[in-house]
Design a protein around this ligand. Structure first.
Ligand SMILES: *Cc1c(COP(=O)(O)O)cnc(C)c1O
Length: 523
């Protein structure tokens, strides 16, 4: 049955039953339903008293606005409640485990937040004279130092704003290096079948054609296939390590050797660096470029905390082509290399107008300093231990995609164990919402049928993992016992139920249009 709630939102399009008696108002428990802020309106009022202007009514030569401005005028309590209600409608890492594989959704330490709000970091502007921002530049320099130390790489480009932006930076650097070396004819990038979608997308965006490398039975790069596809036409390979199946590429040194032997570069997708930080230095494996998602490995918030940061570490061969600006220190303190002359003559350009994200840099640096070298090493060890605990405790009721041997930081299951139950990976994931958990990553990597990719991270305690495991074991039991309705109609308890995600992606409603806003004179 499909129905709508009090503000006209669908509650159950296309669903098979009404498992829960719908409320009269659309509220769920103590969570009230909430309209858009524009639907709340209040055009004729304002939350603040603004004194009458001490100037002529119209000194703009008739340019004074006459149309209604169209902003809702809410009082402070109305505005506060609106945003608090919205915040209660979604999951957050501060509520429970966030098991999205390949995303490393770890706790965001409050110390990071405190440091990021210090005036000298929060209240500065990129166009201030460098003499007034020496502390901020020193922090960028220290963070760059630790990123280079942890990866064993000689250079780092700090300006990319996310992992995908880092991939773009890495491939533009590689393209510039090839062009400078008379190798501009190399137009192919090799990507394994298990790669994150951003890898082939980035390569295509830079103008390369993408060729897939096959995978072995045990979820690793197929060396024979790689060798067959390498050649003088290949600019780079893009390999994630640990890969998106949660497995360490055992042949990574050989992969690097084969790649370099044909004159191509090794781009490593470093999104899974959390699993090896402090234990393995990608530079020692032969990597030429790798992005580091500060919001994954180094605990900065995913969204909500402002734009992100995805610094790219570079080998000596690629370093001269890194984008400007970068920080250098000399007798007069720190300064920024901005002009593409001298040391930066070979830089391929810029990734963005300014250096930053400062707030993310401060949080990542605070995280590193509060853990220390031994603590960062333990991050990787605990992340891998937690994932293996989940794999071991769920392995008898769900089917691990690669049952042999341990995993790295994420446990990957396929949907083999759901065969004959009538429940799909999607149904199972939606029912997890009813049980108080954000779903795991589903249907990724594409090479595993009905994939369920679970990444607990190191910040979950054994109690939290046991709570999660208990919920999934109970759900697996229900699915196998034929309790199909529980899954088919899920989520029943979420503020919004199963949405038409394809329609939302194909025809997104990005703009709210008012039916009527009263004319300005009436406001
Ligand atoms: C998260 C991720 C990316 C993209 O990183 P963003 O910071 O989200 O742009 C790329 N590759 C892999 C394997 C990832 O997990």
């Amino acid at each position: 049955m499909s129905s709508t709630n009090s503000v006209g939102r669908p509650t159950a399009p296309g669903q098979t039953n009404d498992y829960v008696h719908p409320t009269l108002t659309g509220a769920r428990g103590l969570l009230q339903d909430e309209a858009l802020i524009f639907e709340l309106g209040g055009w004729d009022k304002t939350g603040v008293d603004i004194p009458d202007a001490d100037r002529p009514a119209d000194d703009l030569d008739g340019l004074l606005r006459t149309d209604p401005i169209g902003l809702p005028g809410l009082s402070e309590p109305e505005a506060v409640r609106h945003y608090v209600r919205l915040s209660q409608k979604n999951h957050a890492i501060d509520l429970a485990l966030y098991p999205l594989g390949s995303c490393t959704m770890k706790h965001n330490p409050r110390l990071n937040e405190k440091m990021a709000r210090l005036d000298g970091f929060a209240d500065i502007h990129p166009l201030q004279p460098v003499s007034t921002v020496q502390g901020a530049l020193a922090l960028i320099d220290r963070l760059a130092h630790w990123l280079k130390t942890l990866t064993g790489m000689p250079a780092v480009a700090m300006t990319p704003k996310a992992g995908a932006h880092g991939e773009l930076c890495g491939l533009l650097t590689i393209r510039a290096a090839h062009e400078a070396n008379g190798q501009g004819h190399r137009k192919t990038v090799l990507v394994p079948t298990s790669a994150h979608g951003t890898n082939p997308a980035t390569a295509a965006f830079v103008g390369y054609s993408v060729v897939e490398i096959a995978q072995t039975e045990d979820g690793r790069v197929n060396l024979a296939d790689l060798e067959a596809k390498l050649g003088d036409h290949v600019a780079a390979i893009m390999v994630t390590n640990p890969n998106t199946c949660g497995l360490f590429e055992r042949d990574v040194v050989e992969i690097a050797r084969l790649t370099h032997a044909v004159g191509a570069y090794f781009y490593c997708d470093g999104a899974n660096f959390n699993a090896i930080v402090g234990r393995v230095r990608p530079g020692d494996l032969g990597v030429d470029a790798m992005h580091i998602n500060l919001h994954k490995t180094f605990s900065t918030p995913h969204g909500g905390g402002g734009p992100g940061a995805g610094p790219v570490v570079l080998s000596a061969a690629l370093a001269p082509f890194a984008p400007a600006p970068w920080v250098v220190s000399g007798a007069d303190g720190f300064r920024l290399v901005e002009d593409q002359t001298g040391a930066a003559a070979a830089a391929f350009g810029r990734m963005s107008a300014f250096h930053g994200q400062m707030g993310m840099f401060v949080r990542a640096y605070a995280y590193m300093r509060s853990h220390g070298a031994d603590g960062l090493r333990q991050v990787a060890e605990d992340a891998v231990l937690n994932a293996n605990y989940i794999k071991a405790r769920l392995g008898d009721v769900m089917s691990p995609a690669f049952p042999d041997g341990p995993c790295m930081h994420e446990a990957l299951f396929d949907d083999h164990w759901l065969e004959g139950t009538g429940v799909t990976t999607l149904d199972f994931a939606k029912a997890m919402i009813d049980e108080g958990f954000h779903p795991m990553t589903m249907y990724f990597p594409l090479v595993v049928h009905g994939a369920m990719l679970i990444e607990p991270t190191e910040t979950e305690s054994k109690q939290e993992l046991d709570r999660f495991i208990g919920a999934l074991r109970a759900m697996a039991g229900a699915a196998k016992a034929g309790d199909v309705d529980r899954f088919k109609g899920a989520p029943f308890h979420a503020p919004l139920r199963r949405l038409d995600e394809t329609l939302a992606a194909r025809k997104p409603k990005l703009r709210w249009r008012p039916e009527t806003i009263p004319p300005l004179a009436a406001q």
